[in-house]
Every structure is written in structure tokens, then in C-alpha cells.
Write a protein that binds this ligand. Structure first.
Ligand SMILES: *Cc1c(COP(=O)(O)O)cnc(C)c1O
Length: 468
């Protein structure tokens, strides 16, 4: 299995290298050189199988020779056995042709666990083979950090450092990160914004000496292994509700375009998907790009679905690569122009290619609150604000006639992770699942740091050295 860069100047790479490096050396994103293809019979045969078995079969399409089938089955059973629902990603029917896919039964109650838990096991396996260690660094607006820490805390060959903006994540989100007491975990609360945290991580990666001193690696959403692991639940959901293998649509609350690109990858390798709906919150760059052709970041506004408060959707480059007919030279020039001008315009043929698979909708704050309330009144269940962004988009597009047939909306977080928004909409406080009931009684472990790259470098060096 060979991977190529979307910008065309990096040498081809195998899955192991793609896993460990994340970004290609020419600044591009890795994509499979040729898309694997599952036959209709192979897809039909997934029906009724346990989640872990489907995961091993689908992920194997992307890992090539790097892991044996037995290894993947073992890892998948282990990882998804820790989820608190036997179906791992259960579906709830909420209308005649509408379903919600619950992706919050993992250890940190958000969909990022699906990929991150798997990644943690792949890292440990590959690093053990190579006799290497890695320091993983991540900036988080809440969910990624918790998912990374839980996934990596037991890894023998990985240290993990997570930067979060001090005072700007919910108490539940912060405690899920800081209440983990493990020698290889370092939480840093930065006196700044999420964008400041991301800028610091970028600067650390640009410092060659530091990168090699601590063997820096990343787990952000551009890592292909995360995309691969996220394709699985599109297959299990389809298998569960498409009676004759018919096309169904998925509505995905989107920030970095990672989760929805996994849906596109599922379609590319053979899954019969009708529409992929890009559902954004008020930070609607993707909705504007799809409807007008202008990919132009505006300022980030803080919403009640903070995990999607993003300006530049890093995985969108992968879709542009496909929509341009995989023209890496064109894309490289394009991305350089975007860096220079801060905006870019999609061509007519790219827009046409994108609209063959995607529809988009931007859900306002008022619609999000109204949807949490409506959902509660109709079903008696609480949904989180990210899920509500998707459910509201599904309804609005159905009403406009832009969406028909069976539709699955992805529920990306447990409502108890965002209690304030749920309370505001319904007057109810969502309860944390049993495994997290003592969250507010656990001690917290974190270091406070100034919004300063050098200060943070010192904190990281000290914590990595302590372990030597
Ligand atoms: C990260 C996240 C998203 C957005 O996912 P992308 O892959 O970045 O598009 C949506 N909902 C929740 C709860 C998240 O944590």
C-alpha cells in the first residue's frame, strides 16, 4: 500500500511512515496512491458482524502489509471492547427515514475515541518493532486532547503533551484530560486562545533541533490512520439499515473535514452512499466554499459547539486533490496562493465534482438550541450541540428537497460533555455515564504556562528528561 502527497513533491510512503509522520515532507497530506476497492459481495458480507471484525476488515484496506489480519482483529477487539455499548456505534431511529449514529460510547465520550484509541495501539506496535520512542504533542479545544491522553496513557513507547487554552474548555473537558495520572502524560494550560496553542505547536514542529531532541510526532486530524479508522462506522451503519444495499445519506457535523472525509473515503472504496452533508455551525467556511466556490476564512466566532470553531479545515485539501482530478502540481500552486492571499477560488469543474457527492448547510446558534429542545420534546433524549448542528441540517435540507431517502446523522459527543448548552435548551442537566461519575472528585495534574513557545519548550524538555 503506497501513499502519495497531495502536493506531489514528497516520495511515496508506506502506511507505517504515514502513521508516524502525519504530514508529508512537502507540506501536503497523504492519500492512497490508488483507492482500494471492496466488492459488493465483500460489503454485503459485513452485515451482522461485530464492530471489531468490520473494523479489522475495513482498516486492512489501508494498512497494506504493515499489520496482519490477526493483529488488526486483536487490536480492534481490545480497543472497541472498552466502549460502554455492546454495538460500539449504535443507531437510534428518530423518524420514518431518520437515524442518529451514536459515536460517544468511547472512554472520553466523543467520536474522536474511535480513531485515537486505534492509533495508540498502532503506535505502540510500530514503535516497539523499531525500538523507538515518540513525543506526541497536540493542541486541543477540548475533545482531541482528552481522546489522545486516554488513548496514549498506557503506551510504553509514547510521551504525550497536550496544550489547552486556560479557562476556555468546559470543566468536563478539562477534567477528562487533567485527571489522568500517568508518568507519560503532561497537560499544559496555556494563557492564551486555542489558536495560540496551535501556533505554538506549529513553531515547535518548525524547530528541527527540538523535533529531534524529543522525537516529536503528531496525532492531529490530518493523520491518515485517523481517517482510516473513521471509515468503519459508515460501513456498520449502512449494513444495519440499508436493506438491499441501497444508497443512504450521512449528515456530519464538521470542523476540520476529517470525519466527513472518512465518509467520502468509504464511498470511494465501494460503500453505496447517496449524499454526504457538510453541517457547519456559524463558522461556515466549508458551507460557503461549497455553495459559492470561495474558500475564504473569516474570523472564528465562539459557538456552543466549540469543537467545530475552526477557520481553516485542514483535511479539505484532500477533497480538493480528488476534485481537481488528483492534479498535485495544480494543488501545490493553489495552496501556496492560499497561504499568500489568505483565500482561494474553486474552479467550475471542482465545484461540479464536489457537488456530485456533497451538500452543505450552516446551522445557526438559534437553530442548534431549538433542535436540542425539539429533539428532547419529541424523543425524551438529550443530544449534544454538535449532534444538534447535524440534526438541524438534516431537517432543513429535507424540507428544501435537497435530501431524501434514508438519512443518518452523526452524534459526535455525549450531551454531558456540554452541559451548559443542553441546560440552556432544555432546562435539564445531562448525567455523566457511570465511569465518569467521580470526575469532579479526582485530583487534577497540569502545568500552567505563559503564551510563549520557549517557556513551553522548557516544560516539555523537563518532563521528557525526568523520565530518562
Ligand atoms: C472534532 C469534533 C467534530 C468535528 O470533527 P472534524 O473531523 O474536525 O470535522 C465534531 N464534533 C465533535 C464533538 C468533535 O469533537
Amino acid at each position: 500500500m503506497n501513499y502519495i502527497s497531495t502536493r506531489g513533491l514528497a516520495p511515496g510512503a508506506g502506511f507505517e511512515e504515514v502513521l508516524l509522520t502525519g504530514l508529508a515532507p512537502d507540506g501536503g497530506l497523504y492519500a492512497p496512491e490508488t483507492w482500494p476497492a471492496l466488492t459488493a459481495a465483500e460489503i454485503a458480507d459485513l452485515r451482522g458482524r461485530p464492530y471489531a471484525e468490520v473494523a479489522a476488515r475495513i482498516i486492512a484496506q489501508f494498512t497494506g502489509e504493515a499489520f496482519s489480519h490477526a493483529q488488526l482483529v486483536d487490536i480492534a477487539r481490545n480497543v472497541y471492547g472498552r466502549f460502554d455499548h455492546a454495538d460500539v456505534a449504535p443507531l437510534t431511529q428518530v423518524g420514518a427515514e431518520d437515524w442518529i449514529l451514536e459515536l460517544f460510547h468511547g472512554p472520553t465520550l466523543a467520536f474522536k475515541d474511535f480513531a485515537m484509541q486505534f492509533l495508540g495501539r498502532l503506535f505502540d506496535e510500530v514503535l516497539a518493532r523499531r525500538g523507538e520512542r515518540l513525543t506526541i504533542i497536540a493542541a486541543t479545544s477540548g475533545d482531541t486532547g482528552a481522546a489522545a491522553i486516554d488513548a496514549l496513557k498506557a503506551c510504553a513507547h509514547v510521551d504525550v503533551v497536550v496544550l489547552h487554552p486556560e479557562g476556555r474548555v468546559t470543566d468536563v473537558q478539562r477534567r477528562m484530560m487533567t485527571s489522568v495520572d500517568a508518568a507519560n502524560v503532561q497537560n499544559i494550560a496555556v494563557a492564551g486562545s486555542f489558536d495560540d496553542c496551535q501556533a505554538i505547536v506549529k513553531e515547535l514542529f518548525a524547530d528541527r533541533e527540538f523535533v529531534s531532541a524529543v522525537r516529536l510526532g503528531g496525532v492531529n486530524s490530518i493523520n491518515w490512520a485517523r481517517i482510516a479508522a473513521q471509515t468503519v462506522y459508515y460501513f456498520t451503519a449502512h449494513a444495519a439499515i440499508a436493506e438491499n444495499g441501497e444508497a443512504i445519506s450521512f449528515v456530519v457535523p464538521t470542523g476540520n473535514f476529517g470525519d466527513i472525509f472518512a465518509g467520502y473515503a468509504a464511498k470511494k472504496i465501494g460503500l453505496n452512499i447517496n449524499r454526504l452533508v457538510v453541517a457547519t455551525n456559524a463558522n461556515d467556511i466549508l458551507h460557503r466554499a461549497i455553495t459559492t466556490g470561495d474558500y475564504a476564512p473569516a474570523g472564528v466566532s465562539a459557538t456552543i459547539s466549540p469543537s467545530m470553531d475552526i477557520q481553516v479545515a485542514s483535511n479539505f485539501e484532500r477533497l480538493l486533490f480528488e476534485a481537481s482530478g488528483r492534479d498535485a502540481n495544480l494543488l501545490r500552486v493553489r495552496m501556496e496562493g492560499f497561504k499568500r492571499d489568505g483565500a482561494m477560488r474553486l474552479s467550475a469543474s471542482e465545484r461540479q465534482a464536489i457537488s456530485a457527492d456533497f451538500v452543505s448547510y450552516a446551522t445557526s446558534e438559534a437553530e442548534t438550541i431549538a433542535e436540542i429542545k425539539r429533539h428532547f420534546e419529541v424523543t425524551g433524549d438529550l443530544i449534544d450541540p454538535h449532534t444538534a448542528v447535524a440534526c438541524a441540517a438534516a431537517q432543513a435540507l429535507r424540507q428544501k428537497g435537497a435530501l431524501s431517502g434514508k438519512v443518518v446523522s452523526l452524534s459526535t459527543a455525549h450531551p454531558a460533555k456540554f452541559p451548559d448548552a443542553v441546560m440552556q435548551a432544555t432546562g435539564k442537566t445531562p448525567e455523566l455515564p457511570p465511569a465518569h461519575r467521580d470526575l469532579f472528585d479526582r485530583p487534577e495534574f497540569m502545568t500552567n504556562a505563559a503564551n510563549d513557545t520557549d517557556a513551553i519548550k522548557q516544560v516539555i524538555l523537563a518532563s521528557v528528561r525526568r523520565k530518562e
